[in-house]
Ligand binder design. Structure first.
Ligand code: AMP
Ligand code: MG
Length: 489
């Protein structure tokens, strides 16, 4: 399809007009294309060549609108670091409408009613990070919002330190942009019951349409929406934990009602394994540390349960929420079994002890988390594990763990061939680390976008060989390991 054949639907204006702002994007100066995602184009049936036209840049930049597009920003609230903030919103994001159920949104398109002290802009470095990482998460099969394209500009943008940076815009796409924080705002409005009901119906239409059938009452339907989100979030957290992903800012306004990873800021994929790792520089208490993530997700879901009190049976929601951590652990163990190649069904307890002792061994060995799994999948046999011990600071914990692992393999009669296949399909060669993104950002700041595009390709195909990027399959260089990033990242 050509750009001029895309027809957008806008379905948000049925809400009370106090719940959104209709406005036009404010274009950046001298905008130019940096990258576009063919895989995202496929989702909306857009021809790839269309993204190489001037018109595409003009659309992402907000100089031109697609047919049917009526831009708007949404209001929401949220608990930031545990404290309620009554009004947040799309402070720098503008929704353009949806095509094929994908809601297009540009991030960094200027001031909105919800910008507060912000400037409505996004700098190039943070835009590259979001653009590549959302596609990387998808490449790993982790539910996420997507990104269609990225443009840069000569527009000066000032952050708290240093010289002027330049503004950029990511065209993001999601089946839903509704957050827990959206419910928190709607619950505090004058006609809260009406607004909440309308919002819940909207979320169900977008993300859980099958609930329209088989529920007897509206109350039951909304309760089931909550249960679905509990299940999806338990799975999402399992994927984050198993792949060492840290979001960094799990405020309720950054938690998707569809159970997707959303709003990429100071995130990181763990370098050296450390369960207390904190990737967000401003998170001095470690509220959003690696180990806390599932618990915070549960806390956020409890906030949601509170906002749904008027339209659901609160007791039922809280009772269901008690299944969240057990569900999460079950999902987590399933993925971890795959990562070490074990057929879970041959074990009585999903190899819980072995996985717990693996985590201690990884931590004590001081080893790059995802590289460990990749090297494990490549081993010919368990007699020579030097490719793993060579990348440990301390070898002994891994040597001891491999002994335990061998015993389990033998006692459970695990099939070595199947183990290898399972590991190969679960342990990617490449996981996008912050130091790689920084290299792409440094080049982009010099006007060279090749690495941004190469990283996109690696991110989308992390199991492929990418021979010329062998160095990225190696552990993160020590000096770049587990660094904390600022929120403006
Ligand atoms: P975050 O935690 O990064 O998702 O952002 C928290 C809130 O601050 C959201 O409502 C954002 O829209 C808003 N925000 C962040 N940066 C800016 C900015 N540069 N201009 C306006 N609003 C912003
Ligand atoms: Mg946000």
């Amino acid at each position: 399809m050509k750009l001029n054949e895309l027809k957008l639907d806008v379905d948000y204006f049925n809400f009370d007009e106090k719940l959104y702002q209709e406005l036009n994007p404010q274009p950046l100066n001298n905008a130019h294309l940096i990258s576009y995602s063919k895989s995202a184009c496929d989702l909306i049936g857009l021809d790839y060549e269309e993204c190489e036209t001037k018109e595409f840049v003009e659309i992402v930049n907000g100089e031109k609108l697609l047919e049917g597009s009526l831009p708007y920003s949404m209001v929401y609230a949220g608990h930031q670091f545990g404290y309620f903030v009554p009004q947040l919103g799309d402070g720098r994001a503008i929704n353009l409408g949806s095509v094929n159920k994908w809601h297009l949104q540009t991030k960094g398109s200027g001031l909105t009613r919800y910008s507060r002290q912000g400037d409505g802009r996004a700098v190039l470095r943070s835009s590259i990070r979001e653009y590549i990482m959302s596609e990387a998460m998808h490449g790993l099969g982790i539910p996420t919002t997507r990104a269609l394209g990225l443009i840069g500009s000569s527009h000066p943008v000032y952050r708290s330190y240093g010289e002027a940076e330049t503004g950029a815009i990511v065209m993001r796409m999601s089946p839903s942009w509704i957050r827990i924080g959206t419910f928190e705002f709607f619950a505090k409005t004058k006609n809260s019951e009406k607004n909440l009901t309308q919002l819940a119906d909207y979320v169900i239409k977008q993300s859980y349409p099958y609930l329209e059938e088989g529920t007897k009452t509206k109350e039951e339907k909304y309760e089931k929406m909550f249960f679905e989100l509990v299940d999806n979030t338990a799975k999402l957290m399992a994927q984050w934990q198993a792949y060492g992903f840290m979001h960094g800012v799990m405020n309720t306004d950054n938690m998707s009602m569809a159970g997707l990873t959303i709003d990429y800021g100071p995130y990181a994929f763990m370098d050296t394994f450390d369960k207390h790792n904190i990737c967000n520089h401003t998170d001095s208490q470690g509220r959003y540390s690696y180990n806390n993530q599932p618990h915070i997700a549960g806390w956020n879901l409890e906030v949601l349960a509170n906002t749904l009190k008027d339209i659901c049976d609160f007791e039922k929601l809280i009772k269901y929420l008690q299944t969240f951590i057990p569900q999460h652990i079950k999902e987590y163990l399933t993925i971890m079994n795959k990562r070490i190649g074990l057929d879970e069904s041959l074990s009585g307890n999903a190899n819980l002890d072995l996985i717990i002792s693996l985590l201690s061994a990884l931590e004590n060995a001081k080893i790059d988390y995802n590289c460990f799994f990749y090297e494990l999948s490549k081993l010919e046999d368990l007699e020579d594990i030097s490719s793993i011990t060579d990348i440990c600071v301390f070898k002994e914990p891994i040597i001891q763990w491999i002994k335990e692992y061998k015993k389990v393999i033998i006692s459970q009669g695990q099939d070595l061939k199947k183990m290898k296949e399972l590991m190969k399909s679960t342990n990617p060669k490449f996981v996008i680390k912050n130091y790689m993104l920084q290299e792409a950002i440094d080049n982009a700041n010099e006007g060279d976008f090749k690495l941004t595009n190469d990283l996109l390709n690696i991110a989308q195909n992390p199991f492929d060989e990418h021979k010329e990027f062998e160095r990225y399959a190696k552990p993160t260089p020590n000096e770049h390991s587990n660094l904390r990033l600022s929120c403006s990242s």
